[in-house]
Design a protein around this ligand. Structure first.
Ligand code: F6R
Length: 254
């Protein structure tokens, strides 16, 4: 997929149940929006629809959530919908990842980011919120990751997963080479990913070398996945991800 305009936004939806236009050359269903705002709105409205349907049926809605620039508009719209009456008390969330080591109150912590950008503004019960712990000691990491997987399984799996994509092609922090059967674990960040995060950490040398991330198998078990990518700097990796055959470098599933 070539982006004819730098500001064009993409929402690649891995489960084709929106009756979205399909552009042929891509190996995954893709929707292109006029701008980032419209893409974010479409995804947030989809999430809200799932929440309303499940709540009416007396069921929880399990969301897989991402951090970073990409989902900000989705969270803004969800906050707006909540102010207009959307009830999120039956929502359970699992975040994709967290830097390790990382105190939860640090400026760059994804815990802090999620609270500032979503959780502090909606009524998701605190006990329903799950984020990998960046402050877990090394000797407890394996158990922590297993507990995270168990918690996802215990609520019946993820209904709808939001994803961004890194310039390396990572989803969560599954860098190129991550096995398709991978689960929540400690990973080493790609130098490109650390460079991209440098401004948040006031220098590349301060960016952690590791992170805890849900695995590819964990992510791909979600019943519906919306991968969003915005801007010219993402166009090359989106084209490779949706047009080229699957590989260990750019994994691709349908
Ligand atoms: C963040 C995450 C990452 C980001 C990706 C894109 O929780 O899992 O995979 O989605 O690095 O980051 P942005 O959205 O900042 O371009």
């Amino acid at each position: 997929m070539n982006l004819p305009h730098p500001e064009l936004s993409i929402g690649a939806q891995l489960v084709p149940d929106w009756h979205a236009p399909y552009f042929g050359r891509e190996r995954l269903p893709v929707r292109i929006f006029a701008d980032e705002h419209q893409a974010a709105r479409a995804v947030a409205d989809r999430i809200a629809q799932r929440i309303r349907e499940n709540t009416a049926a007396d069921k929880n809605t399990v969301l897989g959530l991402a951090t970073g620039h990409t989902p900000v508009g989705v969270y803004d719209r969800l906050i707006q919908l909540h102010r207009e009456g959307l009830d999120l008390s039956r929502v359970v969330t699992f975040n994709l990842d967290e830097y390790w080591p990382m105190p939860s109150d640090a400026l760059q912590s994804y815990h802090r980011w999620m609270h500032e950008n979503l959780f502090d503004h909606v009524n998701i019960p605190a006990e329903n919120i799950h984020i990998p712990a960046g402050d877990v000691p090394r000797d407890q990491l394996e158990r922590h990751c297993q507990t995270y997987e168990d918690a996802i399984r215990a609520v019946g799996g993820i209904d709808l997963q939001i994803l961004g994509i890194g310039k390396t092609g990572h989803i969560g922090f599954n860098e190129p080479g991550s096995p398709p059967e991978s689960r929540t674990r400690l990973v080493t960040l790609d130098p490109v990913t650390r460079r991209d995060a440098a401004s948040d950490f006031f220098g590349e040398e301060n960016v952690p070398r590791h992170a805890i991330t849900m695995g590819l198998a964990t992510i791909l078990e979600a019943r519906e996945i919306c991968l969003l990518a915005f801007g010219e700097h993402k166009s090359a990796i989106v084209r490779r991800s949706v047009e080229e055959p699957p590989s260990a470098a750019i994994a691709q599933y349908q």
